[in-house]
Write a protein that binds this ligand. Structure first.
Ligand SMILES: [Zn+2]
Ligand SMILES: [Zn+2]
Length: 103
């Protein structure tokens, strides 16, 4: 996604430029229970590395910590529908092999 930014050069000059911002990878499923997590799901949770789980697994199985990196989770933001056509969600399912998920 292209965003505009302004950079200051020295004390007086400002230049405007566009940069291609990295996109969040919207994974289609929970890495733990493999349930579907569509792009507009309010149940999706991600860590800072975009490991993706459902709210259920985060609370009941993972104790709020990512089994891959140990980090915390936050609700995955929802990409506006109009932008999903241009910047679609990932279709590559990721399923991890975590002790907490086997139960
Ligand atoms: Zn799950
Ligand atoms: Zn993680």
């Amino acid at each position: 996604m292209v965003i505009s930014a302004i950079r200051r050069i020295g004390h007086t000059h400002l230049i405007a430029y566009n940069i291609e911002a990295p996109m969040l990878i919207l994974k289609p499923n929970c890495e733990c229970c493999d349930r579907d997590l569509p792009a507009d799901s309010s149940e999706a949770r991600i860590c800072t590395f975009e490991c993706t789980f459902c709210a259920d697994c985060v609370e009941t199985r993972l104790g709020g910590a990512c089994p891959n990196c140990g980090g915390t989770f936050t609700a995955r933001p929802i990409r506006p529908e109009a932008l999903l056509a241009k910047y679609p969600a990932s279709t590559e399912r990721v399923v991890g092999n975590h002790k907490a998920c086997a139960a």
